[in-house]
Write a protein that binds this ligand. Sequence first.
Ligand SMILES: [Zn+2]
Length: 217
Amino acid sequence: MILEELRAHVLQTALLLPKYNLVWMAGGTVCARDPQTGYVVVTPSGLDYERLTPNDMIVTDMDANLVEGKFRPSVALNLWIGFMRACSELNAVVHTHSPYATAFSVVHQPIPVITETMADWFGQPVPVTRYLSVEDPDFPTLPVEVMGNGYAVLLGNHGPVTVGKTLEHALERAVTLEEAARTYSIARTISVPVPLTDEQAHASFDYYHNRYGQRKS
Ligand SMILES: [Zn+2]
């Protein structure tokens, strides 16, 4: 069995998704690239993470061709790989159905940078795509384009995707995004929220990435 360590790491990350209330049952996906081989490890879709072992993880190449695994990769794998292909620095993708972020994907509204924590991790608003079925020809490419040089995108009427240099960073972004979406929803019931300006969001992101000594890409 190849990439044993990364398989275990992907499964450990997937097990944290329900713990943080980001998915229920078998929802969501965790995907990571091994920088040495360029191979990708991804969770099988439609199966309860609690019942899975590292051996159940799927290993493919960057063209989504199966390298090792007893389950077939889902059609969405082309999208997860697309995010990593777009940036050589990004080695991890986390997709969830977290309720507040998903609610914004349902109303097709981006999430502005409304807290400093969100600025530190994203540096810019989180955009949303139109609804894309997996059979839509734009499914594997449009979300990557809409995300641009950011670290998250909402798939319209579906849920959020976050990316990172590591699985820890992609997961922390998934948690931070859900927290921000929840806070934004609460704030809107109180009054009119005041998002950070682009300059403020960029400055906060830059500070944590380049000066604070904790690079978070
Ligand atoms: Zn999904």
